[in-house]
Write a protein that binds this ligand. Sequence first.
Ligand SMILES: Nc1ncnc2c1ncn2[C@@H]1O[C@H](COP(=O)(O)OP(=O)(O)OP(=O)(O)O)[C@@H](O)[C@H]1O
Ligand SMILES: [Mg+2]
Length: 338
Amino acid sequence: DDIPKKKQKKIASSEIQLPFVEKYRPKRLEDLVAHDDIISILTKFIDNDSLPHLLFYGPPGTGKTSTIVAAAKRMYGGSAAYSSMALELNASDARGIDTVRNQIKEFAGTRQLFNKGIKLIILDEADAMTNDAQFALRRIIEKYTKNARFCLICNYVSKIIPALQSRCTRFRFSPLSRDQIRDRLCDVARQEDCNISEGGIEAILSLSGGDMRRVLNLLQSTAMSFETIDETSVYLTSGAPLPSDIDTITNSLFNDDFVKAYENLITMCSTKGYAMADILTDLTTIVTTMKLPSGVLADLLDGMSNIEYRLAYGTDEKIQGASLVGVFIKARHLIQVA
Ligand SMILES: Nc1ncnc2c1ncn2[C@@H]1O[C@H](COP(=O)(O)OP(=O)(O)OP(=O)(O)O)[C@@H](O)[C@H]1O
Ligand SMILES: [Mg+2]
């Protein structure tokens, strides 16, 4: 009981800490940091009561689910209205033909005595729906257009049958730009009192690939295991190879003899716990920007992609590592001949 008041409060609040991705999920449409055009069109649709059926698609962590949830809040206001007027179905729910028929029919078919307006049916991860279910949905969408709107969300639009696509207005969610991520990341870091350096921000940006969920998860897990969030701690947390280590490996592959280069590579992998596949990915980025003679580069990339393919089949990392060194030695030979 000697703990000062202030400290007590801090402990209590940290006990129920939510994952950052939920804690900082945008609550209103205005809070989303990207896709201004999509947000403004949606806002107009909602404010004019002219919402069409929607199809959101794009890579993970770009705000598709957040956008539709925020849109639904704008449409229905309070949470009580939201729960009676919006139905969310996920891929984790059974999504055979019967679910689609029964659940949606039941929801869309019942009239609301007190709530006016149209209902919203959100089918998240719609690309996991079976083709039969998608065909069934075609008819259901038409039948209930009078009192319900559908929002289909998926990563791969090609997995949605064309007949469904043509019934919806499509919106593509592109990966977030570095600036958009940076602003949001700095905001969250400030609110969470994180001690983050410029190097840490850059590292998170590089590793995110435009996925805001990844950004927040990386920030949170780094903050949990390190005092300061800098380049090293971010890379250590993510398990991705440090850029300086990749430089060392690249140097060795282009300059040392076979045995030395192989030893360096294997030592690096075992002491730092890097996966060969991650190293290959980073090496690819580096060699493609190195202005090598195009014949040499083609050969090098062909060799590396073969190794990547074999690694994906669970082959021995050491043997593939040796093969990687071999590919580079061959490339060096080609450069000398050229
Ligand atoms: N445009 C954005 N503005 C602000 N935060 C965002 C944005 N996009 C994503 N986020 C953050 O990332 C998290 C994940 O976003 P969301 O669940 O909307 O992604 P998604 O596009 O539905 O991804 P998935 O395809 O994997 O379902 C959110 O909780 C939110 O914190
Ligand atoms: Mg989602």
